[in-house]
Design a protein around this ligand. Structure first.
Ligand SMILES: C[C@@H]1O[C@H](OP(=O)(O)OP(=O)(O)OC[C@H]2O[C@@H](n3ccc(=O)[nH]c3=O)[C@H](O)[C@@H]2O)[C@H](O)[C@H](O)[C@H]1O
Length: 459
C-alpha cells in the first residue's frame, strides 16, 4: 500500500500521453518539483522516448525515467511510440496501445508504491487501478483552463453536440467559436477503433481523479478556474505559470549569423510547434503574407512523419518564392532551437499556432505575437491572449472554412510591428511587457509551487 500523505518523502509517478506536446509540461512539472525537499519522481515513458526525456530533465533532478513496453497493435508499426513518429492514419492507434497497457501499469504501480500518480487525458482507466492500490491520482491537464472550461461546459449532455450547438457553448461559458473551429472540435466527440472518444476519456479522468492539477493561476485565468471548479466538483490544485527553465547551450552558428545580419526586433519567426501541420493553401497564403510584410523572416514548416519534408516544401511553396525572398527570408523543415531563436535580439515577431508553451516563450522574449490557431486548444489559447490579455493578435479567418489570405497575414503582422507608438501596437506591447514581468516573477512561481506541495500533502 502507498504510505500516507503525511510521510516525509513523497513519491510521485508521472505518466504523460505519448506526445511531446504532453511530455514537455510533465517534464517541466517534474523539474519544478524535483528540487523540492523530500520529493522523488518516477517518470513513465515509451522506451524510444526515454533518451530524449532524460535530456529534458534537470541534471540534478531526483527523477528516474522508467521505460514502458507498448503492446503490439495491428497497423501500428514496430517502434512507433510517439505521435511524432506516426502518420495521421495511425495516430489514433497509439491510444489503442495505451488502453492495452492496464496490466503493465498495474504491476508497475504495485511495485513502485507511489503516494501520487499524475496522469494525462488519455488514461481514463488509471484512477480505478490506482484507487485499488491505495494510490491517489492527480489529473494533470496540459491544456489551458479556458480550453478545459469549454470541454467541461458539455458535461451532462448525453448526446454529442451539433456544430451549431458547439459554436455557442451552454451555461456560463462566454466563448463562441467560428464554424470551422466548431467543426474541428467535433474531433473530441469521435471514437476511433472502438476506443473511447477524447471527451469520454476526459469525463472519466475528471470524475475518477482525487484532484485536478492545472498549469495556470488565478492571475492568468481566474474566472475559468472558478468555472471548471464548479463543473468538475473536485479539488483544484494550481502549479502557477509553467515557464520553461533557462535553457542551456548556444544557438547554432548558422542560425545565429543569419539572424544577426538584421536590425534588432525586425525578424519574424514563424513556426507551428511539434504536431501541427498546415495545408497547401495555408502554406501558400502564409508565405506570400510574410513576403508582403517586407520584413526578414524564418519560416519553419513541418509535415507528418510519413512524408518527406523537402519534397512537400517544393510542392507547397508558391512558384519562385524561395528565389524572390533570398537573402531576406528562409524556409526550414525540421526541429529548431525555438527558445534560442525567440531570444535572439533580431527576432521581434512570432507568428505561431498558439500552442501555450510557444506563446509563453514568445511573450517572455519580447516578441509580438501573431496567432493562427489551427486546432483544438489552440483556438482557446489564442482567444485568451488576444481578447482577454490583449497581448497579441489573431489572423482574421473566414467563418465557414477558416480560410486566411496573404493580406490577412500582412494586416495582422502590420498591426503589431509597424507604428509601435500607435494603437493597437502600443497597448499590445504594454500588455506583453506586463505579462513578461508576471511570467518571470520567481516569487510568484515559488509561492505557487509551495502552495501546491502543501495542497498535495493535505489531500
Ligand atoms: C498540449 C498540446 O501541445 C501541442 O503541442 P505543441 O508542440 O504545439 O506545443 P507548444 O505549446 O507550442 O510547445 C512546443 C514546444 O516545443 C519546442 N519546440 C517546438 C518545435 C521546434 O522546432 N523546436 C522547439 O524547441 C518549443 O520551444 C515549445 O517549448 C499543441 O499545441 C496541441 O494543440 C496541444 O494539444
Amino acid at each position: 500500500m502507498a504510505s500516507s500523505g503525511k510521510t516525509k518523502e513523497l513519491h510521485l509517478v508521472m505518466f504523460p500521453f505519448f506526445a511531446f506536446g504532453h511530455i514537455s509540461p510533465f517534464v517541466q512539472l517534474s523539474n519544478k518539483l524535483s528540487s523540492y525537499p523530500g520529493i522523488k519522481i518516477s517518470f513513465l515513458a515509451a522506451s524510444t522516448s526515454v533518451g530524449r526525456i532524460e535530456t529534458m530533465l534537470n541534471s540534478t533532478a531526483s527523477t528516474t525515467v522508467i521505460p514502458l513496453t507498448l503492446p503490439h497493435v495491428d497497423g501500428l508499426p514496430e517502434g512507433v511510440e510517439n505521435t511524432s513518429d506516426t502518420s495521421p492514419e495511425t495516430v489514433e492507434l497509439l491510444k489503442v496501445a495505451l488502453d492495452l497497457m492496464r496490466p503493465q501499469i498495474k504491476t508497475l504501480l504495485t511495485n513502485l508504491k507511489p503516494n501520487f500518480m499524475f496522469f494525462d487525458f488519455a488514461q481514463w482507466w488509471l484512477p480505478e487501478i490506482a484507487c485499488d492500490l491505495g494510490i491517489k491520482t492527480i489529473f494533470f491537464t496540459v491544456f489551458t483552463t479556458i480550453s478545459n472550461a469549454f470541454v467541461t461546459s458539455w458535461f451532462g449532455h448525453d448526446t454529442p453536440p451539433t456544430i451549431d450547438e458547439l459554436k455557442k457553448p451552454p451555461s456560463l461559458h462566454p466563448i463562441t467559436l467560428k464554424t470551422f473551429q466548431a467543426r474541428d472540435f467535433m474531433y473530441i466527440f469521435m471514437s476511433f477503433h472502438g476506443t473511447p472518444s477524447v471527451f469520454d476519456r476526459l469525463i472519466k479522468c475528471f470524475n475518477g481523479c482525487n484532484a485536478l492539477l492545472i498549469k495556470s493561476c488565478r492571475e492568468m485565468e481566474g474566472p475559468y478556474i472558478d468555472y471548471v471548479s464548479n463543473q468538475v466538483k473536485k479539488p483544484i490544485l494550481l502549479i502557477g505559470p509553467v515557464v520553461p527553465d533557462p535553457h542551456s547551450g548556444e544557438l547554432t552558428e548558422t542560425w545565429d549569423s543569419w539572424l544577426s545580419q538584421f536590425p534588432a526586433n525586425s525578424v519574424i519567426y514563424c513556426s507551428f510547434g511539434s504536431e501541427t501541420f498546415l495545408t497547401d493553401d495555408q502554406i501558400k497564403e502564409l508565405s506570400l503574407g510574410l513576403e508582403l510584410t517586407g520584413l526578414p523572416f524564418l519560416l519553419v514548416l513541418n509535415f507528418p512523419a510519413n512524408v518527406d519534408g523537402s519534397t512537400e516544401l517544393k510542392r507547397a511553396l508558391p512558384e519562385g518564392f524561395v528565389d524572390r525572398v533570398k537573402g531576406k527570408g528562409v524556409v526550414h523543415s525540421g526541429w529548431v532551437q525555438q527558445r534560442h531563436i525567440l531570444e535572439h535580439e533580431s527576432v521581434g515577431c512570432y507568428v505561431c499556432h498558439a500552442g501555450f508553451s510557444s506563446v509563453v516563450e514568445g511573450l517572455v522574449n519580447d516578441c509580438q505575437l501573431v496567432m493562427i490557431p489551427l486546432k483544438g486548444d489552440q483556438f482557446f489559447n489564442s482567444k485568451l491572449i488576444a481578447l482577454e490579455w490583449k497581448a497579441g493578435v489573431e489572423v482574421n479567418r473566414r467563418d465557414e472554412d477558416g480560410f486566411f489570405g496573404k493580406d490577412d497575414v500582412f494586416e495582422a503582422v502590420k498591426s503589431v510591428m509597424k507604428d509601435s507608438g500607435k494603437e493597437p501596437a502600443k497597448s499590445i506591447r504594454e500588455n506583453q511587457k506586463k505579462w513578461k514581468e508576471f511570467l518571470q516573477d520567481d516569487e510568484i512561481h515559488n509561492k505557487y509551487v509551495a502552495d501546491f506541495v502543501e495542497g498535495l500533502k493535505a489531500l
